[in-house]
Design a protein around this ligand. Structure first.
Ligand SMILES: [Zn+2]
Length: 257
């Protein structure tokens, strides 16, 4: 059980790659948004089942968890009421629409919460789950609402978008990403004068071939937020275990105000 980014790093580490398929039976992801390619990579590496969990200190840790149908996450409905609201107005949204998840505790006496704002973006699923459970399902949580960085030209970039591109690449172990003033970074400035740059540090299994590196840069440049902003992308390769990646991964904005 662990945070997706850290489990991914373990799965693609030297020791993780040496584990025979099937040794790890199941993995429970918790604590962060789960990119589909990251999930697929862990399943493939270890030949294991991956279950996703959603919860926080405020929900008493356990909030909702995936079942064997691997669709939504069943809510602990006897104790918690999840609703989805418009984060601007606080208005409750119709079933199935995406918005901010708010939680009400139904049985807690010490510190009850009413429509506590989680800051997470999500939605409730319509209908019942294939597993037959009567418990309502949350869709996979789509990340933190405030983790988005405005990168110019109307572009809004977050770690979840980068995860989809980078974790789909076989040789990526983990990465960090920073939005910078392009002129602050020598490599980026060499290409052009001013503007906004995206510096991505990638911990790689091996040093990638130039063509593979170019393909990765092009994949990042194809993201709509990156395209719209016209930001320059620089990928720096660091050796295995050369990156300090915190459990809560975040797109850092290092531009001066
Ligand atoms: Zn189910």
């Amino acid at each position: 059980m662990g945070v997706p980014g850290q489990i991914m790093r373990l799965a693609r580490s030297r020791a993780g790659r040496a584990l025979p398929s099937g040794r790890v039976k199941a993995v429970l992801f918790s604590g962060d948004y789960v990119a589909a390619p990251l999930r697929a990579a862990v399943e493939r590496s270890w030949g294991c089942s991956v279950f996703e969990h959603y919860g926080s200190t405020e929900t008493g840790l356990g909030g909702a968890v995936q079942c064997r149908a691997f669709a939504g996450l069943h809510i602990r409905e006897a104790d918690l009421l999840f609703e989805v609201v418009d984060s601007g107005t606080g208005r409750v949204l119709p079933l199935g629409q995406s918005g901010e998840l708010v939680v009400t505790t139904l049985t807690r006496r010490g510190m009850p919460l009413i429509r506590y704002r989680t800051g997470d973006s999500g939605r409730l699923l319509r209908g019942s789950c294939a597993c037959g459970s009567v418990l309502r399902c949350l869709d996979r949580v789509q990340g933190r609402l405030n983790d988005v960085v405005e990168v110019g030209g109307g572009g809004r970039l977050n770690m979840a978008q980068l995860d989809e591109v980078l974790f789909a690449v076989e040789w990526v172990v983990t990465f960090s990403a920073e939005v910078v003033n392009a002129q602050d970074e020598g490599e980026i400035a060499a290409k052009d004068g001013g503007g906004v740059g995206l510096l991505v540090r990638v911990e790689a299994v091996d040093v990638p071939a130039p063509a593979d590196l170019r393909a990765l840069v092009e994949g990042i440049e194809a993201l709509s937020a990156v395209r719209e902003s016209g930001m320059r992308v620089e990928v720096e390769i660091v050796q295995e275990e050369g990156l300090v990646a915190p459990a809560k991964r975040k797109l850092e904005d290092l531009r001066r105000g």
